[in-house]
Design a protein around this ligand. Sequence first.
Ligand SMILES: NC(=O)c1ccc[n+]([C@@H]2O[C@H](COP(=O)([O-])OP(=O)(O)OC[C@H]3O[C@@H](n4cnc5c(N)ncnc54)[C@H](OP(=O)(O)O)[C@@H]3O)[C@@H](O)[C@H]2O)c1
Length: 319
Amino acid sequence: MRATVVSATGGPEVLTYSDCPEPELNPGDVLVDVIASGVNFIDVYHRMGRYPLSLPFVPGNEGAGTVAAVGEDVEGVSVGDVVAWANVMGSYAERAVVPVSHLLLVPEGVEPELAAAVTLQGLTAHYLTHSVHEVKPGDDVLVHAAAGGMGLLLTQIAKLRGARVIGTVSTEEKEELARQAGADEVLRYRGFADAVRDLTGSGVHVVYDGVGAATFDESLAALRPRGMMALYGQASGPVPPVDPQLLAREGSLFLTRPSLGSYIATKDELAWRASDIFGWLASGRLRVHISRRYPLAEAARAHEDLEARRTTGKVLLIP
Ligand SMILES: NC(=O)c1ccc[n+]([C@@H]2O[C@H](COP(=O)([O-])OP(=O)(O)OC[C@H]3O[C@@H](n4cnc5c(N)ncnc54)[C@H](OP(=O)(O)O)[C@@H]3O)[C@@H](O)[C@H]2O)c1
């Protein structure tokens, strides 16, 4: 089969489209013909070696497709079922092996491409708004990169829960998208903490910060006393070590650096989040904006565009 392979870490050019051995189907696994693979920022960190993996590897943590074969000890899944997954490596490929523990059956009424586009970021937006901080009606919520893949979903889900959403973006086009997703206020990054204080008085209840180094300090300053700093990514670079005393000085703040795996660790938790996300999609309460589709052979171009902030919403690779 053909897949994208990383044999040495580095820039987008290390993503090479090659012939690869078929992935091995072990007990508890399902083999899937991939219809679409989701591109996520974590794929960039893996490619760069910021989150080290043993080489060579097939990147990609998310996708959707049709079940081609079912391993021993797998129940409730049949050849031909349309499925999706997140947090499973090897998705930038024509075929992927997915442990049944991570497999989601895509309900009728949800297109496979949409499932590939929403699974990883949708589950993440769900745990951030329901578990890291349970967003309540009337909460003030700050969402950075509000027109990005994560940002558009966080904005919509926080609105579903009755919050006032303040977004940050870098361009006018992105501002328009964030507003269409329901953001009440949209700011540029420069001086955003002061602008948030002007809008809210005492600051926001929670900041969802996937930008990292460039926004971290001001994000803390934008929080109200006892607010929650959810640092869930680092698109602009890693945040330097933090003195816990800073949290006291800024008003007894909470700081967490969560990752998806801890919030879908049980089958029940994964099923709860997925059923909410797919349910909202099917009923039209959640919309997924797929801004770009690239042939799988052009994964390098997809990474270049994501890193250069040229994309909005979701980016897919099509085998
Ligand atoms: N912890 C978890 O469980 C988890 C799960 C999924 C994703 N994430 C994190 O969520 C974040 C967003 O991921 P995504 O895939 O949805 O990407 P994305 O938001 O679609 O793209 C990244 C966006 O970040 C903004 N940005 C600000 N400064 C940047 C810089 N120096 N370089 C690049 N981008 C910059 C850009 O929007 P503007 O141009 O508007 O600034 C850019 O479009 C990432 O940090 C990712 O690691 C975490």
